[in-house]
Write a protein that binds this ligand. Structure first.
Ligand code: NAG
Ligand code: NAG
Length: 388
């Protein structure tokens, strides 16, 4: 009996001893240098705004993102180097194309049935006394809103359709033809369809958004199908094509086919060949701080990021119902290091004076130990467009 108890005590001790020696991989808990902040703090919202502005500015394609809410935030204060923030942001696609370079305040989230939503992770460096704002790295994952859910809420709303379908191309071509016919001199060619929706309005109707390029000829010239391959898109058009009902349907007054179009031209275009793009050289000047990475900066010191587009969650349901956690539905990987003790990131190029400037970067924190005030309040509260 006594021996048994002794044995039990021994195994207990052995297990405890065995468990404690391997040091915990990350210094979590009170020893973590990452301080959780409230997701509704005004300072945090400002940092999130800067980060998203920089993410938008880094894109060559797609639509600008707006902040729906701050999901999580940690600050790593590094003495005279300022801070490195680890941000997790819930975002919504807006109606502004990134090439439009519009101000964030002029962009609106899309109507719910066209929503594209998701999550971004970003590492953002701020050194206030030195007036440095720098997006060190980011990654985002976006998905369109559930087609099934939106259809349930609004069966008659337009629904997304493949941008490469022939009807979509026809709608884009016909609406652009209408625009060109009213354009006094310059003619435009279709560059790329960026959005397409369809709806039944007495017949099939198509709504399209597409980028246009300038055609290398004017209206008076006969053939205008040539594209100068190196030119940039100059504007974004919204067009629609409403077809009448099929001829076989009796008793219905045949609707006239109707075509609509509106185009918006991007503000800053490099019109002079060989000249530097004014959009690139001007934007940092407009801001009081150095908040963009100089394009000449060596990319090895700071990997930037990308935006990943995944399909509607419904499409993945069968394989995903195998007990994956909700966090997996918007997988965003952002690790500049896997070393639990951290690594250094050379940011000397951000500072004017000579000498090395290094930031400590840690693996991106998980949701443990986040502030009780996170996630913050959402601007658009519809759960269909909020990442879990
Ligand atoms: C967030 O902050 C704003 C302004 O400070 C405040 O009016 C609002 O009530 C806060 N919301 C929440 C959910 O804490
Ligand atoms: C960003 O995501 C991509 C996959 O989409 C991944 O390959 C890359 O390593 C990520 N970047 C960082 C810094 O983790």
């Amino acid at each position: 009996m006594g021996l048994l108890r002794l044995l039990a005590l021994c195994t207990l001790a052995a297990c405890c001893v065995a468990r404690s020696p391997p040091a915990p991989p990350l210094p979590p808990g009170p020893f973590s240098p990452l301080h959780p902040l409230g997701c509704n703090d005004s300072q945090v919202l400002a940092v999130a705004g800067f980060a998203l502005q920089n993410i938008n500015r880094d894109q060559k394609d797609g639509y600008m993102l707006s902040l729906n809410r701050v999901h999580d935030v940690r600050e790593h204060y590094q003495e005279d180097m300022g801070s490195l923030f680890y941000l997790t942001l819930d975002v919504l696609e807006t109606d502004c194309h990134v090439l439009s370079k519009k101000a964030q305040k002029d962009c609106n989230p899309r109507i719910f049935y066209e929503s594209v939503y998701g999550q971004c992770k970003a590492m953002f460096h701020i050194n206030k006394p030195r007036r440095v704002l720098y997006l060190a790295a980011y990654n985002c994952t976006l998905r369109p809103v559930s087609k099934r859910e939106t259809h349930r809420m609004c069966p008659d709303c337009p629904s997304p359709i493949d941008v490469s379908s022939p009807s979509v191309l026809e709608a884009a071509t016909e609406s652009l033809a209408k625009f060109n016919s009213k354009s006094p001199s310059k003619q435009y060619v279709l560059f790329k369809v960026t959005k397409a929706r369809t709806q039944w309005v007495g017949g099939p109707s198509y709504y399209v958004e597409y980028l246009i390029k300038e055609a290398p000829c004017t209206q008076s010239q006969a053939s205008c199908s040539l594209q100068s391959s190196d030119s940039e898109p100059v504007g974004l058009c919204q067009g629609s094509l409403l077809q009448g009902p099929p001829r076989q349907v009796p008793l219905i007054q045949p609707l006239e086919k109707s075509v609509t179009v509106t185009c918006e031209f991007f503000e800053s275009q490099a019109q002079v060949p060989g000249d530097e793009n004014p959009a690139v050289t001007q934007s940092p000047k407009k801001l009081p701080q150095k908040n963009t990475a100089p394009t000449s900066s060596p990319s090895i010191t700071a990997p930037r990021g990308s935006i990943q587009h995944l399909p509607d969650l419904d499409a993945e349901k069968p394989e995903e119902s195998k007990g994956e956690s909700p966090e997996e539905t918007f997988p965003v990987q952002l690790d500049l290091t896997t070393n639990p003790q951290g690594d250094t990131l050379d940011v000397s190029f951000l500072y004017l004076e000579p000498g090395e400037k290094k930031l400590v970067v840690l693996p991106f924190p998980g949701k443990e130990l986040r502030s009780a005030e996170c996630p913050g309040p959402a601007k658009e509260k519809n759960p269909l467009i909020l990442p879990p």
